[in-house]
Ligand binder design. Sequence first.
Ligand code: DC
Length: 221
Amino acid sequence: MIAVAIDGPAGAGKSTIAKQAAQNLGFIYVDTGAIYRAVGLACLQQQVDVSDSKTVAELLKKMDIRIIFFNGEQHILLNDADVSDEIRTEKISMAASKVSAIPEVRSFLLELQRNFARTDNVIMDGRDIGTVVLPNAQVKIFLTASPEIRAKRRVAQLAEKGEQADYEQVLADIVKRDYSDSNREIAPLKPAETAIPVDTSSLTLEESVRKVTEMIKERIE
Ligand code: DC
């Protein structure tokens, strides 16, 4: 089996790039952030404070989170409900970031993530894939872009969905999320020792996909 780990901060283009590179290579693409988002959503649904690690850990025991693939697309099920769209809000982004700092949440999700790499060739994206989840991945990429570029892309993405967003607010949220993802005690966001850095600030999406696909091909052939 071949495993490719793509890590990096929020909004660097990881999911879009990883998804298209996976299509080019015939690999499955696993978006691990979606799982943390599902935990965040479950807490909001149950009115559990996402900073209250003890109660969140208790709630985990009642959570059934599953990832399924439908026409090659990842769907995330929370207690049998497809929540793939519902988890894509700014509120859930912040909740996911908060719950992801809780050790019980990370260990609860570890095997779920590792299982995909046992049965399929995968490109998995997240924050700790190269460092913790798949330390033996054959290819590790650390994708970045400046916070300003990431905020600009996010505002454009929301506008496409018909949602208006304030650039300054989006930028502030990105900086805040980067800080908490990089400074948490357990599995912080940081490049694996052997990760290849790719800065997408001055690349178009197509250029980024091409670059990442080529990098992977070169290393697995
Ligand atoms: O990639 P994303 O924005 O959907 O991730 C949401 C949050 O989940 C992110 O702020 C940090 C957390 N996360 C994590 O801690 N580890 C991962 N492998 C993926 C996401």
